[in-house]
Design a protein around this ligand. Structure first.
Ligand SMILES: Cc1cc2nc3c(=O)[nH]c(=O)nc-3n(C[C@H](O)[C@H](O)[C@H](O)COP(=O)(O)O)c2cc1C
Length: 143
């Protein structure tokens, strides 16, 4: 990828703690902290880290050790509110935060964040399902 596009156009997304589909490691934080250090050799556009576990089985703070070892742009994800994201960026813990389900449910999320809300509530019963429901039918804010 880097050979084709250049390192500045390649990012890497990892989910160290996520045990979804039985993905496990005996030492996920140690493993991904090691990986983060090695990634310094590649000058990627960013490293994007999902900080938690969908199945809520593997716990721990993976962002602090990765931040200590990784010298590039660090993007965090999972379970952030806009307020926590702003605080984490302000404190220098991460460079940016990505929103998943909040973006699924709010097609105009940047506008809503700028206005301080309100936010549509994501409906998990429509995740991973076919059809328009829960895909492109969440309402925009009135103009
Ligand atoms: C319907 C759905 C599909 C997802 N698909 C993927 C995927 O293909 N690859 C991936 O790395 N994460 C996937 N995720 C995880 C999200 O990228 C994100 O990490 C997760 O929703 C946690 O962030 P949030 O709390 O902001 O929603 C998916 C999440 C949802 C709800």
């Amino acid at each position: 990828m880097i050979a084709v596009w250049g390192a500045g156009r390649v990012g890497l997304r990892v989910s160290p703690l996520n045990s979804f589909n039985d993905m496990r490691d005996s030492d996920p934080i140690g493993l991904f902290t090691w990986l983060a250090k090695r990634l310094n050799d590649y000058s990627l556009a960013y490293l994007h880290v999902m900080r938690g576990d969908f199945a809520n089985q593997q716990h721990g703070d993976v962002l602090i050790p990765i931040r200590e070892q990784y010298e590039g742009i660090l993007i965090a994800n999972m379970g952030y509110t806009p307020e926590e994201a702003s605080a984490a960026i302000g404190a220098g813990m991460v460079d940016a935060v990505a929103f998943g389900t909040l973006f699924l449910a709010n097609p105009d999320l940047p506008t809503r964040i700028r206005r301080g809300g309100p936010y549509n509530t994501p409906d998990p019963s429509t995740f991973y399902t076919p059809g328009a429901k829960g895909y492109n039918d969440y309402p925009f804010l009135p103009a």
